[in-house]
Design a protein around this ligand. Structure first.
Ligand SMILES: Cc1cc2nc3c(=O)[nH]c(=O)nc-3n(C[C@H](O)[C@H](O)[C@H](O)COP(=O)(O)OP(=O)(O)OC[C@H]3O[C@@H](n4cnc5c(N)ncnc54)[C@H](O)[C@@H]3O)c2cc1C
Length: 377
């Protein structure tokens, strides 16, 4: 197995890095994070123009037919740039789920819109229990006169406040097996009965509470087979967890670069602090954590790209990256001393992003449980 990047992938990485350096300075990152929308529509259109929205969609649906591994390369660069906005929600969580389970009609209508940057989406899965288990899905969809009525509260939903469509996971029937009876609905975010409130979070992202109060949707809104949606959700979560790992790796790599550069420049006691063994060991530990995180992420991404079983590899990656990347940004603060403590310093952007991402799509405890489940089954 070769985890090195192909020539095309290296070009994608370089063009993404160059683009974000030029178009997405940290001043814009802060501006976007503080804005109500949480993103910059102009930047979004430029990204769409580069073909990034449909990078991993099939050619026939307005995409470029790239692999999941290609997407992971782009996501790492987004993490490195601390790019806020709805790319992850729209493309990774919703777009790829439509590729997986949408009807031909949905694929033909929705995916080209996403690929052109004309449609934003949010994936409404988690509820107040904040769990990614099927048993936690308490939102109900009841069939009445040929229409489903969706009722329930979804929490920690990224970008729902600006989404055109919501992909909502709800329970359509009861069963002892909690994986059964789950259905996905793609609905207009402005449907009557939907209320959305933006939450204040540690990461500079926009997470929302979305309340569905008897939202009426037709059969055409169902993604996949009614009642058999959990395998679709599982696959979406596996992909997204690895995508989040890539994002965290990008942030951690940027934190490492910033810290080594500071350690070379900052002089204390008549010497650059990088000449002190304590700082050298911090830098070495950060590099080990970044590199190991990248390897477990790329390995899991490669298995997904190849269509191989990946549940264990995804959980190992998310478990490892959650912890390792937080260690990296914490040491980044330590190396910067009092300067890193200041809120205006960029290290906070990376630290907050990694902290927030470590909780999304399965925190360490969630993935520990999943790994133990595989080991001890
Ligand atoms: C919120 C806050 C409140 C503070 N309040 C006070 C206060 O009330 N009174 C007070 O006196 N100080 C206070 N300090 C500490 C002080 O302001 C400096 O932060 C501290 O002296 C470190 O200096 P520095 O920030 O310039 O970091 P630097 O000295 O540049 O250190 C950067 C990094 O290099 C390491 N380093 C530096 N020299 C060596 C060395 N010789 N060997 C190994 N490693 C080294 C440091 O441990 C650190 O990890 C406070 C700091 C903070 C963040």
């Amino acid at each position: 197995m070769n985890l090195g990047l192909s020539e095309e992938q290296q070009m994608l990485q370089k063009s993404a890095r160059d683009f974000f350096e030029k178009e997405c300075p940290k001043s814009l990152v802060r501006e976007m994070a503080r804005s109500e929308a949480g993103h910059d529509p102009q930047l979004w259109q430029k990204m769409a123009g580069l073909g990034w929205m449909g990078l991993a969609f099939p050619d026939a649906c307005g995409g470029s037919g790239g692999s999941f591994l290609d997407l992971v390369i782009l996501l790492e660069e987004m993490g490195r740039a601390c790019l806020p906005g709805p790319y992850f929600s729209t493309v990774v969580l919703c777009g790829l789920t439509i590729v997986d389970a949408g009807s031909e009609e949905l694929k033909k209508t929705q995916l080209p819109l996403i690929a052109r940057g004309e449609r934003l989406m949010a994936f409404c899965l988690t509820e107040p229990s904040a769990s990614y288990d099927a048993a936690a899905i308490a939102a109900r969809a009841t069939l009445q006169d040929g229409h489903y009525l969706v009722k329930g509260t979804k929490l920690f939903i990224n970008d729902a406040h600006i989404a055109d469509d919501l992909l909502c996971v709800a329970r359509t029937s009861e069963s002892h097996d909690t994986d059964q009876g789950i259905t996905l609905f793609l609905m207009d975010a402005r449907s009557p009965g939907i209320a959305c409130t933006v939450l204040n979070t540690i990461g500079l992202d926009k997470q929302c509470e979305v309340v569905f109060n008897d939202v009426s949707v037709g059969n055409e809104a169902v993604l996949g087979n009614p009642g058999h949606g959990w395998p679709v959700v599982t696959r979406a979560l596996e992909r997204a967890a690895v995508g989040k790992c890539a994002d965290m790796v990008g942030s951690a790599a940027a934190a490492l670069e910033m810290s080594t550069s500071y350690a070379r420049e900052r002089v204390q006691f008549g010497r650059p602090i990088g000449s002190f063994q304590a700082i050298q060991h911090y830098c070495a530990n950060m590099a080990v954590d970044v590199e190991a995180s990248r390897i477990v992420t790329y390995y899991a991404a490669w298995r997904i790209s190849e269509g191989l079983p990946c549940a264990m590899d995804v959980s190992i990656a998310k478990h490892w990256v959650n912890e390792a990347c937080q260690r990296v940004t914490t040491l980044g603060h330590q190396i910067h001393g009092g300067l890193g403590f200041c809120d205006d310093h960029d290290m906070h952007l990376f630290h907050r992003r990694v902290r927030g991402s470590s909780l999304l799509l399965g925190d360490t405890t969630f993935h520990q449980k999943a790994i133990a489940g595989e080991l001890l089954a």
